[in-house]
Design a protein around this ligand. Structure first.
Ligand code: HPA
Length: 258
C-alpha cells in the first residue's frame, strides 16, 4: 500500500483536548448518515505524518460517555479517509499492576454498557451482519502503541481486559469486585461501542488507556477528582508523546491488518 493512503486518526478522550504538536491544516464539519459527530475532524500533520484528530467528548468536553454519538464519530473519520484509529481513554485501575499513572494497551474488552447506538448493521437498509469480534483490537496497531511507548522509554502494560461501563457515574465497590472476577484489569466508559463500530467499518483500532484512579473500592475512601486531575496533568504529556511516535510507526503498516 502506498504511504499516501496511510492516515491515522486520533480519537482523544478525557484530559486530551488538543495536541499543540499537531499542525492543523483544516477543521472539517462532517455530515454523516448517523447524525453529528462530537465536533470537527481536524486534518493536519503530526510527527511528519498526515493525521486526523477529533475529541470524543467534544472540544469543550461537554458530551458525557453515554451521549457520545459513536456511530457518527467513526463514520466521520472513515469519510475523511482514516486508515487506522488510535484511541486514548482515561480509565480506573482494577488489576494489581494498574496503579494510577499506569498505561495499558488492552487486548480484550467486556461490554457492560446498555442502550447505546452500537451498530451500523441495524437491519433495514443497514442490513444484518455479525462481525467477528474474537480479538476486538487490531494486533499490529496494538504493537505500534507498545513500540511507541518502548521507544520513548515509557513503561506500558501490553495487554489487559477493558471493562466498558455505562456511566456517567463511577462504579460501586461491589461492581468493581464483580468486574475483577470477570477478568477486567481496567474500567472505562468509552471503549464500547467504539471499538466494535471500528471493526464494522473494517478500520484497524487500538487504544491507549491511562489509569487515572484506582477503581472503586481499590483504595481507601471515595475516588478523588482532584487526584484524577493531578494524574492527568502529570501523564498527558507522556500520552501525547506515545501517540505522536505511534503515528510515525503506523506509516510502516499495511491498511488491512484486521
Ligand atoms: N470508572 C469508569 N470510568 C473511568 C474511571 C473509573 O473508575 N476512571 C476514569 N474513567
Amino acid at each position: 500500500m502506498n504511504n499516501a493512503n496511510i492516515k491515522p486518526a486520533i480519537i482523544a478522550g478525557s484530559g486530551l483536548l488538543t495536541m499543540p504538536e499537531l499542525l492543523i491544516d483544516e477543521a472539517v464539519t462532517v455530515d454523516t448518515p448517523w447524525g453529528e459527530p462530537s465536533g470537527p475532524v481536524y486534518r493536519g500533520r503530526l510527527n511528519g505524518v498526515e493525521v486526523l484528530f477529533m475529541t470524543r467528548h467534544g472540544d469543550t468536553h461537554a458530551i458525557p460517555p453515554h451521549k457520545v454519538n459513536y456511530r457518527a464519530n467513526i463514520a466521520a473519520l472513515a469519510q475523511m479517509g482514516a486508515s487506522h484509529l488510535l484511541a486514548y481513554n482515561a480509565v480506573g485501575g482494577i488489576g494489581a499492576d494498574c496503579a494510577a499513572g499506569s498505561l495499558l494497551v488492552a487486548d480484550q474488552i467486556i461490554d457492560y454498557t446498555w442502550g447505546r447506538e452500537h451498530t451500523y448493521y441495524d437491519g433495514g437498509e443497514g442490513g444484518v451482519e455479525h462481525i467477528d469480534f474474537t480479538s476486538p483490537y487490531d494486533e499490529a496497531l496494538r504493537q505500534v502503541l507498545i513500540d511507541a511507548a518502548d521507544s520513548g522509554g515509557v513503561t506500558i502494560i501490553s495487554q489487559g481486559v477493558y471493562g466498558a461501563t455505562q456511566g456517567p457515574r463511577l462504579e460501586s465497590a461491589a461492581e468493581i469486585t464483580r468486574m475483577a472476577r470477570d477478568g477486567c484489569h481496567v474500567v472505562g466508559m468509552t471503549g464500547m461501542p467504539e471499538v466494535a463500530l471500528a471493526r464494522e467499518k473494517n478500520l484497524p483500532y487500538a487504544s491507549l488507556s491511562l489509569v487515572v484512579n484506582p477503581a472503586a473500592g481499590k483504595a481507601s475512601g471515595p475516588i478523588s477528582m482532584a487526584d484524577i486531575e493531578q494524574i492527568l496533568d502529570e501523564r498527558i504529556p507522556v500520552v501525547r508523546g506515545i501517540i505522536s511516535r505511534a503515528c510515525a510507526l503506523v506509516s510502516a503498516l499495511p491498511r488491512a491488518t484486521c
